[in-house]
Design a protein around this ligand. Sequence first.
Ligand SMILES: NC(=O)c1ccc[n+]([C@@H]2O[C@H](COP(=O)([O-])OP(=O)(O)OC[C@H]3O[C@@H](n4cnc5c(N)ncnc54)[C@H](OP(=O)(O)O)[C@@H]3O)[C@@H](O)[C@H]2O)c1
Length: 288
Amino acid sequence: MILVTGATGGLGSATIDFLLEKTAPANIAALVRNPEKAADLRAKGIEIRVGDYNDPASLVAAFTGVDKLYFVSGSDVATRAAQHHNVVEAAREAGVGHIVYTSFDRKTEDGSSPIAFVADSHLKTEQWVRESGISYTILQHGLYTDFLPMFLGEKVLETGVVYQPSGNGKAAFTLRSDMAKAGAEVLTAEGHAGKTYKIVADEAVSYADVAAILSEITGKSIQHVSPTADEYVQTLTGAGVPADFAGFFAAFALGIAAGEFENTQSDLAQLIGQKPTSVRDFLGKVYA
Ligand SMILES: NC(=O)c1ccc[n+]([C@@H]2O[C@H](COP(=O)([O-])OP(=O)(O)OC[C@H]3O[C@@H](n4cnc5c(N)ncnc54)[C@H](OP(=O)(O)O)[C@@H]3O)[C@@H](O)[C@H]2O)c1
């Protein structure tokens, strides 16, 4: 039995869809914290198990009989480390055979990076997984290409400005469904135990590149403007964006500026058997 956590989210649900191309629904279970969100999964013949990363007993019960656990990192950055500790401990207690953990690709591990507050729980979790005594695979994911429209803002074509405090930094933006496809491959094939894979695109782009691609696609003149982080946060909060969101967005742009996401040494193409989806292809579909 393969159990996918975060199954009601974007990554977990896409991973289940790719798993269904490789194995029968009877071999797949989904961890959900709200069974009312699981109607789609149930309709696909997936067994639903209810559990919450904050509730260790629920996790032990849900993980019982699981050979392979696809462990999707939690979405609450502030409480995630404790949640992930619960997941790894529960996997050990329930006798899970193999953990595939969806981590985060990064350049810096000494806490000095602008996105250290995001990386911290991933670094801890990787260590807990490696020391758990359970067979494992770690998938170090890049930044979602899928989030580019959110970072660009809904008025980008109107204003002609890509406003990001990212300087000349580049990021190997990676499509979430490519990550899901890689996850399904690792969960269903042999030879991945003890491996750590870089799940990033094979090309890094700057926001100036993104602006140039958008210009080409739309025929409009679009430029990248890189303000200071303070100016950026002030502009966003002035436009009604809550301060913590503005700070979060700024941190990712500063991470890009610092080269935290520029790595293109990738295992993705080999795992999915095709070239990772490019930013150009993605933007072409969204903005054409
Ligand atoms: N690489 C990137 O650029 C990037 C960007 C954003 C996030 N991430 C990370 O990647 C993960 C997966 O991304 P995604 O797009 O699938 O996110 P998502 O759509 O927000 O899905 C997150 C999933 O985690 C579940 N979850 C959250 N807290 C939980 C808890 N306490 N117990 C059990 N399940 C819990 C959610 O359940 P509900 O449906 O009940 O909420 C949901 O199914 C995120 O959680 C985050 O850690 C990466």
